[in-house]
Every structure is written in C-alpha cells, then in structure tokens.
Design a protein around this ligand. Structure first.
Ligand SMILES: [Zn+2]
Length: 112
C-alpha cells in the first residue's frame, strides 16, 4: 500500500478514537496502539488489555484492511468502556449496549 494512504488511514483511525473519547468519555486512561503485526482469523483483529496498577487500558488494533480496523476499533472501544467500570463480562449484555452506543457514534462521526 502507498505510504501516504497508510498514513491517512492511521490518522483517520486516531481521529475516530479521539471522537469516541470526546463523546463516550470514561474516567480511566486509554491508549490506542496501531500495530504493524498482521491480523488473521486464527489470531485477533484487535485486543483490549485491562489496566495494571497505574497503566492505561490498551487498545491494540492489528494490521488489516481499513474497514476491518474501524470495525475492530468500535468493538474494542466498547470493551474499554466496560473495563473502565470493572466489567469483564466479555460479550455480555452490558458490552452489547456499549457496542451499540459506540456504533451510533461511529455513524455520527462519518455524518459530520
Ligand atoms: Zn471482543
């Protein structure tokens, strides 16, 4: 892929993440890591790592198509929202609600 397109894609992902931070805030620190490691079906497309001590929550998005990375960011941000409330019920109802909220904000982001 062209280097400048890649830079643009990363910028867009970071902007979407910043938008989520603004419109779906929570008190714990969270960082977005855009990994160069390739995503594959046997692996994960992304992961959210719970905070240890004073460390922030880490959202890691692995390298894949941009639409998959956006999809993964929405999914993982919902995990971060729940982790910030010490809710580790992976894909339960509370995560589903957080996911729906995040998805709606994603639609707003591309509407504005
Ligand atoms: Zn998940």
């Amino acid at each position: 892929m062209n280097k400048s397109i890649k830079k643009y894609n990363n910028k867009l992902l970071r902007e979407l993440f910043q938008y989520f931070r603004k419109v779906l805030p929570f008190k714990k620190k969270v960082v977005l890591i855009l990994s160069r490691k390739k995503a594959c079906l046997l692996n994960d497309y992304g992961i959210t790592i719970p905070p240890e001590d004073k460390e922030p929550i880490k959202i890691i998005i692995y390298n894949s198509f941009q639409c998959e990375r956006i999809d993964t960011l929405i999914h993982e941000y919902a995990h971060a929202m729940r982790m910030a409330r010490n809710d580790y019920n992976e894909h339960g109802n509370s995560w589903g609600i957080a996911y729906a909220k995040t998805y709606r904000k994603f639609l707003e982001f591309f509407d504005k």
